[in-house]
Structures are given as C-alpha cells and as structure tokens.
Design a protein around this ligand. Structure first.
Ligand SMILES: [Zn+2]
Length: 227
C-alpha cells in the first residue's frame, strides 16, 4: 500500500470520529458508515469522546487472522508485522503508539444487520476503559438473557448489553436465552437496569434526565425504558 487512506468521519452530539478503511467494502463506505449515525446519536458525549480517541479501522482480517466480527485492542503491538492479514502497514501505528484500536472486519461491516452490533460491541470495550460498563462485582450470571458463546467474561456480556441497548433496546434479551419464569420484557428491563447501575450507565441516566427536563421541541431521549 502506498498512501495511507484518510479517515471518513461521522459526528454525533458534538463529537466527531474518524474511521479508516483498509479494505474494499461493498457499496460506498461513507454511505454505509452513515447508517451508524442514528445509533451514535443515542450515545452520551463522554462515551463518544472515548470512542473518538481510539483508532477505528475496517480490515479484511484481524491480526490473528479471523475474518469475522470485530476486535478491541489496547495496544498496537498486536498489529505490528501483520500487514498481510490486516492490510495495515506498521507505519500507520507509528503515529498512534498509545491509542486503543477498534477493529471491524469487512464481513461484519458489509452486513447491514451485523454492522451496528459489531461496531457498538467493540466500542463498548473501549468505553469500558474510561467508564466501566458493568457494576462492581457483576458476573456473567447477572446477564442471563444475553447470548454470548465465546467466553464467560462479564465484560463480553456487558458489551453485548451495551450494544443491544444502543441498537435494539426493545430486544436486548434473546429468544431462547430468557430464564424460565421471566418474560422477554422483564428480562430486557433487568439487563437495562444492569447497564444503568454501571459507571457508564450514569451518563445514560443524565442524558435521559436532560431529555425529560427539556421543554418544548426537544423530545425526550428514548432511553429510559423503551416501552
Ligand atoms: Zn467483545
């Protein structure tokens, strides 16, 4: 690769984020990226700031070679010497030695349904470094209703909850995962409460507060309970 691509930008709530494409995506990358805009607008500014500080990339494969989903990395060291997989030359990271990296694979980006869930799941890991996304002492067992199969790490369940709260707040719980005796709605409500009880949840509560305090034409944020 000769010249490094310049990032495409998106902004919401006064914060602008740049996304670097290191692969060819289906359709127009700017147009596809803009499908994330309405969801970004649901995020509190402090969360957007922590995402905006990360380096966000769309790549063919993650440094380990996985071509699906996304990844969050706290260090560029995982990316060095991996240009053949990721398409990103080492020189790109020379300017970003201390940045967190949010990576979305081309396959996840190309799929309109998967794109936002992947983007906000990886963003949640990034936000977690500034504002924890689960309450102190929580375990994966507190997230019954969430589907995540790759590990029992509470952070993964909390990142799924965060992502689904942003993208599809009426259906955070998944069919087939809801504990016996609970309705889908009760389960989703419990998952929202779990997020709201976290340090990151405080920002959503403040955002809701401002929404409902506003008079006139500012409609309340849809993020109290979405029913
Ligand atoms: Zn994850």
């Amino acid at each position: 690769m000769s010249a490094l691509p310049s990032p495409l930008s998106l902004s919401a709530n006064g914060v602008s984020l740049g996304v670097h494409f290191f692969c060819t995506v289906r359709g127009n990358p700017g147009t596809q990226l803009h499908t994330l805009q309405p969801y970004l607008a649901r995020m509190p500014a402090p969360h957007l700031v922590s995402v905006a500080r990360a380096t966000i990339v769309v790549v063919e494969k993650l440094p380990g070679g996985r071509p699906t989903g996304g990844g969050f990395f706290t260090s560029f060291l995982d990316w060095m010497g991996r240009e053949r997989k990721t398409g990103i030359p080492d020189s790109f990271f020379a300017f970003r030695p201390r940045c967190h990296i949010i990576a979305i694979t081309r396959r996840a980006f190309d799929d309109a349904d998967t794109r936002p869930f992947t983007f906000f799941h990886e963003s949640a890991h990034c936000i977690h470094r500034s504002y924890p996304i689960y309450p102190h002492g929580a375990t994966f067992r507190d997230y019954a209703g969430i589907r995540y199969t790759r590990s029992n790490a509470v952070e993964e369940y909390a990142a799924e909850t965060y992502s689904r709260y942003i993208v599809n707040p009426r259906r955070i719980a998944r069919v087939g995962e809801v504990p016996i005796g609970q309705s889908m709605q009760e389960c989703t409500r419990r998952l929202i409460e779990q997020l709201m009880a976290s340090p990151a949840g405080r920002h959503f509560r403040q955002m809701n507060q401002r929404g409902s305090d506003a008079d006139g034409d500012i409609s309340p944020m849809p993020y109290e309970y979405p029913w």
